[in-house]
Design a binder for this molecule. Structure first.
Ligand code: GLC
Ligand code: MG
Length: 479
């Protein structure tokens, strides 16, 4: 069995995890200093959001050099130390690989303009829109030509029909594998290849099941994204990645995932991420994704509202139990294990798309800086006095301890997944000899389990044929 099949992967947003040098920005040495937190939690791997040099138009997702470390985050030597320290603790390391676009400040943009996608006319050649709003075409002031950008204008799209682009990215993959990386999270790959004839996207006829911003929601992105040719391009990445883990960010409904899984190991389950905390909606999102057998279950990341904000504080324990008992790999975003909610963000914002709120620093202790930095944090901690790792470690009833118990108990959950009939408001499923039941409502609900739970969100989660409000439990199947 590959190591990642039942793995728990912990997502680190490096700028906000731990600052080691007092400049207020998290860095790689900070990550290394805090690896014992991950080891204690029991996760199998960490995924680092981009660590490469970047002008920060999209906070690292605009890369200006794929084979270096951003000086603010550290050096290659720091990275190698991090990998060695992770290795000592049995932790695997995943990097974020941004294939779709570079930074406009990447030297490639000037040295190899033919590696990018240009309009054949003097203006936008079609109606494509950028993910963060506005047209997907901008004029390059230096040449007067129009280039494509699926995201910010500072992120010109690479042309994956050009073999030199493919070869350059294969070299990037080799570079990091040689430095001990165990896999990659592939950013925005449903936008990797676009229609070669640049046809207009037709108007949307149905509501896309995932949230789209502004005008993006008015079009059906059949030409600007999710092209079948993307699979062959990704196969070129697979061919150099060998058996390293490849997790795809495919911002598409579950039904679109099978072709990607021909070349990738996992894809994130986005319909699940966005499912409201409602039993019926959760079941509807889980069933088709579980059938694929190779989704990465995920409930939050650096792009969308934090879990505590989305499901509310009352449901955090049950959400943890759900995420960590579904069959297959699960991704936990830093801070979710202590119940960190969205913060106020920054004014003026760093991120024009409004995502600062999900990127506030990790809270390690109750001090005003949360133990994140000795300097002035780039974004302030949200509520370190109310929630922090140190206090929750001392309290066996804390959310943090529940995460740890759930991770430790994953070995008991066997194959053989099936959703079970359950009372309204309850999500229930079997995992081999175990049954998981979760009450998504604020009222007690009938539950069929008769046995004492192996693990539960609350001391009296199951009693007298009922499952308590906001509670969940894993029990042995009855006799
Ligand atoms: C992915 C990243 C997001 C970034 C975008 C463009 O969706 O998760 O943070 O803005 O790709 O690279
Ligand atoms: Mg720093």
């Amino acid at each position: 069995m590959p190591w990642w099949e039942q793995a728990v992967v912990y997502q680190i947003y490096p700028r906000s995890f731990q600052d080691s040098d007092g400049d207020g920005v998290g860095d790689l040495r900070g990550v290394t200093e805090r690896l014992d937190h991950l080891a204690w939690l029991g996760v199998d791997a960490l995924w680092l959001s981009p660590i490469y040099p970047s002008p920060l138009a999209d906070f690292g997702y605009d890369v200006s050099d794929y084979t270096a470390v951003d000086p603010q985050l550290g050096s290659l030597a720091d990275f190698e130390e991090l990998v060695a320290a992770a290795d000592e603790r049995g932790l695997r390391v995943l990097l974020d690989l941004i294939l779709c676009h570079t930074s406009i400040e990447h030297p490639w943009f000037r040295e190899h303009p033919d590696w990018y996608i240009w309009s054949p006319v003097d203006g936008p050649p079609n109606n494509w829109v950028a993910a963060f709003g506005g047209p997907a075409w901008s004029r390059d002031e230096q040449t007067g030509r129009w280039y494509l950008h699926s995201f910010y204008p500072e992120q010109p799209d690479l042309d994956w029909r050009n073999h030199e682009v493919v070869a350059a990215m294969q070299d990037v993959v080799r570079f990091w594998l040689e430095r001990g990386v165990d896999g990659f999270r592939l950013d925005a790959i449903d936008k990797l290849i676009k229609d070669d004839r640049l046809r207009n996207d037709p108007p949307a006829t149905a509501t896309f099941p995932l949230p789209l911003r502004g005008e993006a929601a008015t079009l059906e992105h059949v030409y600007s994204a999710h092209r079948p040719e993307a699979i062959a391009a990704l196969a070129a990445i697979r061919s150099v990645a060998g058996d390293a883990l490849l997790v795809g960010e495919v911002f598409q409904p579950t039904s679109a995932y099978p072709p990607y899984l021909e070349v990738l190991d996992l894809v994130f389950a986005f319909e699940f991420l966005f499912a409201p905390w409602d039993a019926e909606r959760l079941r509807a999102a889980i069933a088709p994704a579980a059938e694929l057998r190779r989704v990465a279950w995920v409930m939050s990341n650096h792009d969308f509202d934090r879990l505590a904000t989305r499901v509310g504080p009352d449901n955090l324990r049950a959400a943890a139990l759900l995420l960590l008992t579904l069959p297959g790999a699960a991704f936990v975003y830093q801070g979710d294990e202590i119940g960190l909610a969205n913060g106020p963000g920054s004014d003026p914002p760093y991120d024009r798309a409004g995502r600062d709120a999900m990127r506030h620093p990790m809270q390690w202790d109750a001090s005003p800086s949360g133990g994140f930095t000795t300097g002035e944090p780039w974004l302030p901690p949200v509520d370190p006095a109310e929630r922090n790792v140190e206090a929750q470690r001392e309290n066996p009833d804390s959310l943090l301890h529940l995460y740890r118990r759930l991770i430790a108990a994953r070995g008991e959950l066997q194959d053989g997944f099936g959703l079970l009939d359950a009372a309204d408001g309850v999500v229930a499923y079997e995992r081999g000899e175990r049954v998981v039941a979760i009450n998504t409502t604020a009222n007690p609900r009938p539950a069929s389990a008769a046995n004492e739970p192996d693990i539960a969100t609350h001391p009296s989660a199951l009693a007298e044929g009922r499952i308590a409000p906001h509670a969940g439990a894993v029990t042995r199947k009855s006799g």
